[in-house]
Design a binder for this molecule. Structure first.
Ligand code: FES
Length: 574
């Protein structure tokens, strides 16, 4: 690649010319205490920082930003920090998914409107990762992602505790009196021991891994525990590398090719990653003009062995995965299923970065001949209940439920479910199929994580811990169970899910990839004729824009006007 000259930098239009405006840009930079020797002729590196006191997963980002700056200075760049909206999964309501596209827009516009030549994205908590990659991919200037990294393992009474997964597990035990308030309080003290993201293979770990597989962060970066000293060293190395990427002109469109995106899908399947990854990867691919459909996920899943023995599908946590060799070690084990000639932000091909990668614990990263499952962790279902598809993380479900038929218990929305679930008169048995409507992109609104419907108390008391559950919502990547999610089209726009009634028979067959509502077409047509659409919840503001422009789950839930690889126009500088 031909190296850029300083006058070819994007920032040259702000700093390097001699006119009234550039006088202002230089004098205002000097106002902050920087001299010409700090910035003149150097790549300006925007460090987009999603630090917030409403996001414990990113609590270390104030110092990480400084560590990135150290690398940028070392390599001869000029670092500037750009704060961006943080999507703190634990606190934002109704769901961070409502705001993924808003952060993506913010990243794109921050980069577009300022004199930025290259950027380092600090993200990791669930939606921040896809949002930042989507925005930077649209802007298409050199970009490197610094993943927040997982927090340390949780501890309680000599047991390790995993974010999310163990909360759901022990909550069910508490509900039936097997865990008392004292023990519950001790778990609250011990489950989140450091800054960093959830340390199960939830959405955060899945998306950070997917971004590494995509080639958008340094090799090995995604599994480094946030509290490990290797983490700030990785941040500094990323700062050094981005300066080189600017001179080389390596852009997201050079890295995020169809092959690289398929690598991300393959890795997601081998990790039994979060179902959310399907929605996010479709949206990310859409920003570089790559169409990724649900069937491609299923094809890749069927040929990919599940090698990561991580909760919620397996036994271990991300800290163990890091000690076992991390993502490069796992990718080396499935290298024959990856496109190894793609170039990553490291400047090398994926194949070169995997050379010498070793597994140090065969129980955490399983050998090819002893996988946790012969196929990947996620499956795509089709049928008259989900004409445009639905997904299930079958790796984390009880096997007896993967081929099942039972009568529906239908809930019209979340409040209806909360009010009736534990009613002793609810006609529910362990063979029932729980159905939740209006939890989709428009129905939620915002596509909330309600898809792991809680089990009714009377079923829990029978010692049952899993049932077939179906919704047009999502579930947390740390959740588990026979939960069919992302049913498309959703109920709120008149998808067939809207017409399910209590007592209808529903059949699921995961090996055959089918989901069937056993109601005649004539009866469904009668129900459709009597159906009324749900009212729009947001009369104004961002929510109204979301409702007007969000696409369905099978299309990635991006805004229709943000999809595609059209060039982002440069601002006029007058
Ligand atoms: Fe931030 Fe799970 S809450 S990653």
């Amino acid at each position: 690649m031909a190296r850029k000259k300083p006058e070819e930098l994007r920032s040259h239009r702000w700093y390097g010319v001699q006119d009234l405006r550039s006088f202002g840009h230089r004098s205002r930079t000097k106002q902050m205490g920087f001299g010409a020797e700090d910035y003149a002729g150097k790549p300006v590196i925007g460090i987009v920082n999603t630090w917030s006191e409403m996001n414990p997963c990113h609590a270390h980002f104030r110092t990480r930003a400084e560590e990135v700056k150290r690398g940028v200075w070392q390599a001869g760049g000029f670092p500037v920090e750009l704060p961006a909206m943080s999507l703190g999964e634990p606190f934002m309501k109704p769901t961070t998914m409502l705001y993924r596209n808003l952060l993506a827009m913010e990243v794109e516009e921050l980069l577009r409107s300022n004199p930025i030549d290259g950027c380092v994205l600090l993200g990791g908590c669930d939606k921040t990762t896809p949002a930042m990659i989507m925005g930077a991919a649209s802007m298409n200037i050199p970009t490197i992602f610094v993943p927040a990294g997982p927090m340390l393992r949780g501890h309680w009474h000599g047991n390790t505790l995993g974010s999310g997964s163990d909360v759901w597990k022990y909550w069910a035990e508490k509900k039936v009196g097997n865990i008392d308030d004292k023990a519950w309080g001790e778990m609250e003290d011990g489950i989140a021991r450091s800054f960093g993201t959830c340390m199960t293979m939830g959405t955060a770990a899945t998306m950070m891994s997917a971004v590494e597989a995509l080639g958008m962060c340094l090799p090995g970066a995604s599994a480094i525990p946030a509290a490990d000293s290797a983490h700030p060293r990785m941040a500094t190395a990323s700062g050094r590398r981005i300066v080189e990427m600017v001179w080389e002109g390596q852009k997201p469109s050079d890295v995020m090719t169809r092959e690289a995106i398929e690598n991300a899908v393959t890795v997601t399947m081998s990790l039994a990653g979060s179902t959310n990854a399907i929605v996010h990867l479709i949206a990310m691919a859409g920003r570089v003009g790559v169409k990724l459909d649900l069937d491609r996920f299923d094809q890749i899943s069927r040929r990919t062995p599940l090698l990561a023995n991580l909760r919620p599908s397996g036994k271990y946590l991300m800290e163990d995965f890091f000690y076992a060799g991390g993502l490069p070690a796992m990718m080396a084990r499935i290298a024959d299923l990856l496109h190894v000639n793609v170039r990553t932000v490291s400047g090398e091909t994926l194949g070169q970065t995997l050379k010498g990668a070793q597994v140090f614990n065969d129980d955490v990263i399983l050998p090819r001949d002893k996988p946790l499952a012969a196929e990947g962790g996620l499956a795509v279902l089709r049928g008259n209940l989900c004409p445009n598809g639905a997904v299930i993380k079958h790796a984390a479900a009880e096997k007896r439920l993967l081929v099942h038929e039972g009568p529906a218990i239908a809930f019209e929305d979340y409040n209806d479910m909360a009010a009736r679930l534990d009613d002793p008169n609810l006609p529910v048995t362990k063979d029932s199929v729980l159905v939740l409507k209006n939890a989709g992109p428009l129905g939620g609104p915002g596509f909330p994580e309600w898809g792991m419907l809680p089990l009714p108390k009377k079923i829990l008391e029978q010692g049952v811990r899993d049932m077939v559950r179906i919704s047009d919502g999502r579930m947390s990547g740390t959740s588990y169970g026979a939960c069919v999610l992302h049913v498309a089209p959703e109920a709120a726009i008149g998808g067939p899910l809207a017409f399910v009634r209590t007592g209808d028979i529903i059949a699921i067959d995961v090996p055959k990839r089918t989901l069937t509502l056993k109601v005649s077409d004539e009866e469904l047509a009668r129900r459709r004729a009597a159906w009324k659409p749900k009212e729009v919840i947001y009369p104004r503001g961002y929510g109204q824009m979301f409702a007007k422009h969000v696409t369905q789950a099978d299309q990635g839930c991006d805004f229709d006007f943000l999809e595609g690889a059209a060039r982002v126009p440069e601002p006029e500088i007058h």
